[in-house]
Design a protein. Structure first.
Length: 214
């Protein structure tokens, strides 16, 4: 199962969702205003989560008139709509979860949405936050292969712990060998692949990988 979650972030930062709609096994999930985005793109989500406080009464009626499985909550709660939707998605044991509409807009929301990737750190699902310029994912210690992607020219690694030990980059313009990446360090910002593929590995810590383009 592949799950696509669309939140209510700035619509102009959301890529063409039809490009991610090719697989019949995709389950689409709308989060608050993201549900309306999907309906307007003629992608009827299977599920919707939210308090729907970011839509007008007319837009809310439009959502409620569909055949979507809607999970509606009060505005006063201890978790954001996106956190609730992501936790539901992780419990479905999918192979992949893609998050859209989760970046841009209010900085506090954007930073929180990136931190939500921590929820996937012990899950087998591949979880990525995607907008028109970036693809963000969280990684635990291990060795990984990365292929060249025409959409994203730059690859950056940021430490999400005090330090990441033993980071090794091979096939990159700026290689590393058993280095230490400290939190707050720009050592691994704006790297590039020089081959069709490369590898990155590290022994301890948590890494946030950001693939991006100008």
């Amino acid at each position: 199962m592949k799950i696509r979650i669309v939140a209510g972030g700035p619509e102009h930062l959301i890529p063409d969702l039809n490009a991610y709609h090719s697989s019949p096994e995709c389950v689409w999930v709308g989060v608050d205003r993201g549900t309306l985005y999907l309906i307007e793109k003629h992608i009827i989500p299977n599920y919707a989560f939210g308090d729907f406080d970011s839509v007008t009464d007319i837009e809310k009626r439009k959502i409620l008139q569909t055949q979507i499985n809607i999970n509606q909550y009060r505005s006063e709660k201890d978790a954001t709509d996106l956190e609730i939707a992501l936790e539901w998605a992780l419990n479905q044991n999918p192979e992949e979860i893609l998050l859209f509409g989760a970046s841009g807009g209010r900085l506090d929301h954007e930073l929180m949405n990136i931190q939500l990737l921590y929820k996937s750190r012990h899950n087998l699902a591949s979880v990525k936050l995607i907008d028109i310029k970036n693809e963000i994912s969280l990684h635990m210690p291990g060795s990984y292969k990365i292929d060249h992607d025409e959409k994203y020219h730059y690859i950056s690694f940021l430490s999400q712990t005090d330090e990441v030990k033993g980071i090794t980059l091979e096939g990159f313009k700026y290689p590393l060998r058993h280095a230490i990446l400290n939190a707050g360090s720009s050592l691994c910002i704006s790297n590039e692949l020089v081959n069709k593929s490369g590898t990155y590995s590290f022994d301890s810590g948590i890494i946030l990988m950001v693939k991006s383009r100008d």
